[in-house]
Design a protein around this ligand. Structure first.
Ligand code: NAP
Length: 462
């Protein structure tokens, strides 16, 4: 046994990349403290995965197993930057791994983007998933049409949530406030619009297929959109285009179906680049430049034809990607919205910052399904273990962090505290026929984490 004990590593962010980094570090014999801004773990698995996709959330069982390791500790409700500085963590630990994800949204940069009734998908998703920072948002769904800009899996999630009936949603862990608002929604026409063609849409076939299984909504397509040019045909017959080819087949099956059978319609629209969001004080329509594709296969870009098109809608959801945010004390590339790195080693003006590493979306940008983060975190931890062979005797780690937080009166939540929140949420959920009803106020979470039982004590579920 090394006289300094195990390598001491702080991992910041408890989404998939943070947990996968912790798993790899524990396997290498390190002691891992996982620091999280919220009292609850799991990041986008809790606040990003759609409520009607419970299977995707099963990965939390693996994360819970990782958390049960004797060399692991969770410090929830601790914000990097305000509760503890990056440099303080560097003082206390042999290494710091930043896995803070991408919590903001990419901007479209068109006039009217900030009109009332124009929202980022990021905030809508966080709202229906009960994120404490978004629970008080209101979404006016009283119009009969909505436009979703972007054709990735987030856009599909938003579309499905707007398309499902209250009865379908009631059985999920959707937050009560969102269920109530969606049950009152008047939206009947949902336009899911991409700037490029069907061969370039970013959704995956599995998610697209689900749009054809909705009880209350059917898909409508413009026949001309499914006529492909030579470059698109080349993409679909290339092994790299396998997923797009599968999706294209699904679109063909949608097209073959009879129309006018269901209450709601999902209009899949292509080759429309958003140019402006217009309205008197609030959203009334979206103006698009009609585009055609130019360029080589896999490098085709949307090129305006000179024609415009308008879609009338009272609600717009901009679903054009997430974006990482800067943390004080860490380098940041504002253009990509990520932390510059070399195989996970954080770089400042091209040189590695000793002992600081990065993993997940804040490392490589907001792309890839949950499992992709595993390989990403493994690469980072490989670099870390190659650089830091031995623990340093001066690094106190966990004990020093706990006393620093106590001195600052930061109420850190440990994993047992989270388990109490988890049990309370499941209990409230089961009383309402749902798998869980998330606590959405940090104050409530802290009371429950400290041992108050549901229905007792001062906390209310508001
Ligand atoms: P995404 O997959 O990158 O899709 C972004 C969409 O926005 C694309 O259609 C893109 O079109 C479009 N876009 C970007 N900039 C635009 C602009 N200025 N004007 C018009 N359109 C623009 O992002 P995402 O949907 O946020 O998803 C992020 C990641 O999470 C993805 O890897 C996704 O698969 C994953 N995810 C997975 C699931 C699931 O497994 N069920 C659920 C949700 C998210 P271009 O291609 O033309 O740029």
């Amino acid at each position: 046994m090394n006289p300094s004990g195990p390598l001491k590593v702080a991992v910041v962010g408890s989404g998939p990349s943070g947990f996968y980094a912790a798993e790899a570090l524990l396997a290498a014999g390190a002691e891992v403290d996982l620091i999280e801004r919220l009292p609850t773990p799991f990041g986008l698995v809790r606040f990003g995965v759609a409520p009607d996709h419970p299977k995707l959330k099963q990965v939390c069982q693996n994360f819970t197993e990782i958390a049960s390791h004797e060399r692991f500790a969770f410090f929830g409700n601790v914000t990097l930057g305000s509760d503890v500085a990056v440099d303080e963590l560097r003082e206390l630990y042999d290494a710091v791994v930043v896995a803070s994800g991408a919590s903001a949204d990419r901007k479209l940069g068109v006039p009217g983007e900030d009109l009332a009734g124009s929202w980022s998908a990021t905030e809508f998703v966080a709202w229906y998933n009960g994120h404490p920072d978004f629970r008080d948002r209101t979404f006016d769904l009283s119009g009969d049409a909505a436009v979703i800009l972007g054709q990735g899996n987030v856009a599909i999630d938003v579309c499905r949530l707007l398309s499902k009936s209250a009865d379908e949603l009631r059985q999920t862990d959707i937050s009560a406030h969102a269920l109530e608002a969606l049950a009152e929604s008047h939206i009947r026409d949902i336009h899911l619009v991409g700037r490029r063609g069907p061969a370039q849409a970013k959704w995956t076939a599995k998610e697209l297929r689900e749009l054809g299984l909705l009880t209350e909504a059917e898909v409508a397509l413009e026949p001309a959109d499914l006529v492909l040019g030579a470059a698109c045909e080349a993409e679909l017959s290339d092994p790299r285009g396998q997923s797009a080819a599968q999706s294209f087949k699904i679109l063909k099956t949608f097209q073959a179906r009879a129309a006018g059978q269901k209450r709601k319609t999902i209009h899949l629209r292509f080759n429309l680049n958003p140019a402006a969001i217009e309205g008197q004080g609030r959203v009334e329509s979206v103006i698009f430049e009609r585009c055609s594709l130019t360029g080589e296969p896999f490098a085709q870009v949307a090129t305006p034809t000179g024609e415009t098109a308008a879609i009338a809608a009272a609600a717009v959801f901009r679903s054009v990607g997430y974006r990482g945010v800067m943390t004080e004390g860490l380098p940041f590339d504002a253009r990509s919205g990520a932390i510059p790195h070399d195989r996970g080693r954080v770089l400042e003006t091209g040189a590695p910052v000793p002992g600081v590493y990065v993993a997940g979306w804040i490392k490589r940008g907001p792309s890839g399904v949950i499992g992709v983060n595993r390989a990403c975190s493994l690469e980072t931890i490989e670099s870390l273990l190659a650089d830091i062979v031995r623990p340093s005797p001066g690094k106190v780690g966990r004990r020093a962090l706990a006393s620093l937080l106590e001195k600052r009166k930061t109420h850190a939540v440990d994993f047992n505290g989270w388990k109490r929140i988890d049990a309370a949420e499941r209990q409230i959920g089961s009383e309402n026929g749902k798998p869980r009803e998330k606590l959405t106020s940090i104050a409530d979470m802290l009371v429950v984490a400290n041992g108050a039982r549901v229905g007792h004590g001062p906390f209310l579920l508001q």
